[in-house]
Design a protein. Structure first.
Ligand code: GLN
Length: 503
């Protein structure tokens, strides 16, 4: 690994702006790294070398001409393959989109390009972002760079693994129930799910529209904050996107730099932890809370009694929206088409959907269709919506006595590939701590808080803030990061032998 691929995004941006190094050199170094290790990690589904190098050259030319660009201009980034980016296929890791090319860019991609970021390629995910391990991807799983026989989390395992293996300094993820935060936790990286509506969903393949939100991922808090500020903002093409005002409009990077939690009231959520959680995860979480106390925070315990129902609530609402959103893949409008020339519409639909969707997508479609069907709607979907309101109220009550809430991000560290694929419920439990946040539409992030003493794998610390107070997530995350040496023990830092060669 060259020195360049080890550097943080902010530092790369500074060096590129001062012409100490060119964006082309940095971009080429990332592709060399991808070539060396991605055979083992499998973070990327597609790479885009030629176009990326051209984009890097264009940035270098503008800088040489004296133009003042943003702090991340010329810095490479990996994008989850759920976001449309013209010129590359967008697959959502599904066979059903085989051969489909997006006719436009997602707003997030547009914002990246406008800010001068260089897109390296598209990263692997669970099929249609349904999963917690990337194992439901039609193109095979991604491997955790910390231990190649372990999951990198999901659904955004590719983006997290690209960061953890030093293939890219920045990545974009999406989070419907935890798909940014859980992969961040198990790969020792940082990931934030912004407040619902803060980032445009335009051009991002819809999974569960009332829960989906794209967000920034990086190896440290400040880089994540810089990327956050690039992608947020109102977009008239997404009716649910919100206008940021006041402190929100100032941006979160300033807050990430301050890293001060003196007098901040931090609530530890009683229901997110304890029995059933890996002891090493609990231990590191408690230690991190103490670190924040030493830094001057006031810690209180809070109870959110309805959280015990969040998994059940999510797995009614989420599949209901999935069944509706995935109905557009009918074998005619996009991608894969099965059935002979004489096939009827219904035969084409049956054959295409049967062949195109994997088992988990089919499971969610069936669950969702059932929850929405006449006669069951009130009992299932209707009840879940009521419980969703009660969960959001639990947060509101907790925020009367604290500024942020904290919990472990996940109940365990990275489990083994294959360990939970045949047990959907066990897989769903990975998102126990992250799901309530999506149901309430608020902001949360995961930051590393050390390695678990029982298996030596990274543990994630979740920080949850009220709607549109995303800056508080960064404030606490930065304070914790400053107090902990989060990269300690990273197997790839010494780089001997390089990961790809170790296999
Ligand atoms: N793992 C959760 C699920 O399978 C969350 C996925 C996501 O956030 N996209 O639904």
């Amino acid at each position: 690994m060259t020195e360049l691929t080890r550097l943080d995004a902010a530092e790369l941006g500074r060096r590129i702006a001062s012409r100490e190094v060119s964006s082309r050199e940095v971009t080429a170094a990332c592709f060399d790294r991808i070539e060396a290790v991605d055979g083992a990690v499998r973070a990327f589904l597609t790479t885009d070398r030629e176009r990326a190098l051209q984009a890097a050259d264009a940035i270098d030319t503008r800088i040489a001409a004296g133009e003042k660009l943003g702090p991340l201009a010329g810095v490479p980034i990996a994008v989850k393959d759920l976001l449309c980016y013209q010129g590359l296929p967008t697959t959502a890791s599904s066979r059903i989109l085989e051969g489909w090319m997006p006719p436009y860019n997602s707003t997030v991609v547009e914002r990246l390009l406008d800010a001068g970021l260089v897109i390296l390629g598209k990263t692997n995910l669970d099929e249609f972002a349904l999963g917690s391990s990337t194992e439901t991807s039609a193109f095979g799983p991604t491997h955790n760079p910390w231990a190649l026989d372990r999951i990198p989390g999901g659904s955004g395992g590719g983006s997290a693994a690209a960061l953890a293996s030093f293939e890219a300094p920045l990545a974009i993820g999406t989070d419907t129930g935890g798909s940014i935060r859980q992969p961040a936790a198990v790969t020792g990286t940082v990931g934030v799910k912004p407040t619902y509506g803060a980032v445009s969903r335009y051009g991002i393949i819809a999974v569960a529209s009332s829960l989906d939100q794209a967000g920034p991922c990086a190896r440290n808090v400040y880089d994540t904050a810089l990327l956050h500020d690039v992608i947020v903002g109102r977009d008239p093409r997404d009716g649910t996107s919100v206008e940021l005002s006041g402190t929100q409009a100032v941006g979160v990077a300033d807050m990430a730099r301050r890293a001060d939690v003196k007098g901040l009231r931090i609530g530890v959520v009683k229901e997110l932890g304890g029995e059933g959680y890996q002891p090493g995860v609990e231990q590191r979480f408690r230690e991190a809370v103490q670190v924040l106390v030493q830094a001057g925070a006031e810690v209180v315990e809070v109870s959110c009694p309805h959280f015990v129902h969040s998994l059940a609530t999510y797995y009614l609402i989420m599949p209901a929206e999935v069944s509706s959103n995935l109905s557009r893949y009918d074998g005619m409008r996009y991608g894969l088409r099965k059935g002979g020339p004489d096939a009827t519409t219904e035969q084409v639909m049956r054959a295409s959907r049967g062949a195109g969707f994997g088992a988990e997508a089919k499971r969610r479609i069936i669950l969702g269709t059932y929850a929405l069907s006449a006669g069951y709607y009130d009992a299932y979907y209707g009840s879940a919506q009521k419980m969703r309101t009660l969960i959001a109220r639990d947060f509101a009550v907790a925020y009367e006595v604290c500024d942020v809430l904290v919990s472990p991000t996940t109940p365990t560290t990275a489990f083994k590939l294959g360990e939970k694929v045949d047990d959907p419920l066990a897989m769903y439990m990975s998102d126990l701590c992250t799901i309530p946040v999506n149901l309430a539409g608020i902001a949360a992030g995961s930051v590393p808080c050390g390695l678990s003493p029982d298996d030596g794998l990274p543990v994630g610390f979740q920080i949850i803030a009220p709607a549109l107070q995303d800056a508080r997530v960064y404030q606490v995350a930065a304070a914790l990061e400053a107090a902990l040496d989060t990269q300690r023990g990273h197997p790839l830092l010494d780089d001997a032998p390089a990961l790809g060669e170790a296999r």
